[in-house]
Design a protein around this ligand. Sequence first.
Ligand code: SAM
Length: 249
Amino acid sequence: MKQNIYDDVEFSSNYDNLREEQKGTNANDLIEIPNFRKLMPNVNNKSILDLGCGYGENDKYYKENGAKSVLGIDISHHMIDKANRDNKIDGVEYKVLPMEDISNIDGKFDIIISSLAFHYVENFGKLIKDISGLLNSNGYLVFSQEHPFTTCIKYTDNVKKGYIMIDDKYFGLFSDYNRSGLRTKEWFGKEVIKYHRNFEEIINTLIKNDFIIDKILEPKPTSEIIEKNPKYINQWDRPFFLFIRARKS
Ligand SMILES: C[S@@+](CC[C@H](N)C(=O)[O-])C[C@H]1O[C@@H](n2cnc3c(N)ncnc32)[C@H](O)[C@@H]1O
């Protein structure tokens, strides 16, 4: 099931606040963006497609750092409107399009990227097959998603958080890991739909679609990160995000 929660006015205003008012101290700025950029191959003169591009900050960044062209797509009008307002430069295009429909895109790309959006897509096999079809040979897929240790938990009325604190130490809750599929979690007062997949499914789906796994990152917090936001010491206990760089053979 496709959910366009970022077009819900209440949800998106809370999400915008998280990204804007906590700029520099949220998990995107401290953990996701720097690790993603570490994993990126050389973008010089490359064509890039960004799936679930959100505000398009990455698309502008990669164009300014030498990419030939960047197309960012997102299911949300709110996100694409903001991308066009804040991060539209020559050579960067944005389009409202769900990832489920990328086989309709004309042309091929050298690099396909996606930050923190794949866990919203139900049919991972189709998504990776479509991506493989849009990539030039030797092209790269680089993506981050919520870590399977995070997506696995089935939340209930009695399980609202994914962790407990004991002696001031963070312990992540872990359950239902080998039960792939739909998960719902309350975020900003809304029931947000995500999909859990275990490592076996993620890695084998990539292999089945002619990808060679090049590098995986499970980020650890540096002392600078912990200084800027002390709660991220919990990244030693359980990574929030998983990053994969894979090359099409
Ligand atoms: C957590 S935000 C990340 C945005 C951006 N990639 C970033 O890192 O700043 C997730 C994004 O995925 C988009 N998204 C969710 N489901 C989608 C789908 N089925 N197709 C395309 N975009 C989707 C949302 O609208 C949202 O912009």
